[in-house]
Write a protein that binds this ligand. Structure first.
Ligand SMILES: [Zn+2]
Length: 138
């Protein structure tokens, strides 16, 4: 934006300063939304990129153990694996409360696929499909 109302000429240093202040600060967060997929990569709520640890689908006891060890859950109820970006992240306190009292249950004919992802902020279990675990997934 230039204005002709000011008649004084800018010095070169002032021009440089003005240009530099207009340059957006490069941020690795600018292209991502915490808690969602960006391209093929899921980011945790703190904005850390998550990578699948392996192909192993966790069973209910393993899910509980992982949560008790501090893992968070990202739940995709439609079961596509989170690409629809309607992931829900149960809060850690509720997770621990359920994990300390019960193991989750799969629906008989449509067990959720639960895989472990890992990032700088810790582990996240990606839950694709239906999981019953107290009041967490309602
Ligand atoms: Zn989905």
């Amino acid at each position: 934006m230039s204005s002709k109302s000011g008649s004084k000429k800018q010095t070169f240093a002032e021009i440089v300063a003005a240009v530099e202040s207009d340059v957006p600060v490069p941020s690795k967060d600018s292209a991502i939304s915490p808690g969602r997929f960006s391209g093929d990569t899921l980011y945790d709520l703190a904005g850390h990129a998550l990578r699948e640890v392996d192909d192993h689908a966790l069973d209910p006891a393993e899910i509980r153990d992982a949560v008790l060890a501090g893992a968070l859950l990202a739940w995709d109820s439609c079961g596509c694996g989170g690409y629809c970006n309607t992931l829900k992240w149960p809060d850690p306190e509720s997770l621990l409360r359920e994990a300390s009292s019960a193991i989750p249950r799969f629906r008989k004919n449509h067990p959720a696929r639960v895989t472990r992802l890992r990032g700088e902020g810790g582990d996240v279990l990606l839950v694709a499909g239906d999981l019953r675990w107290g009041d967490l997934f309602r």
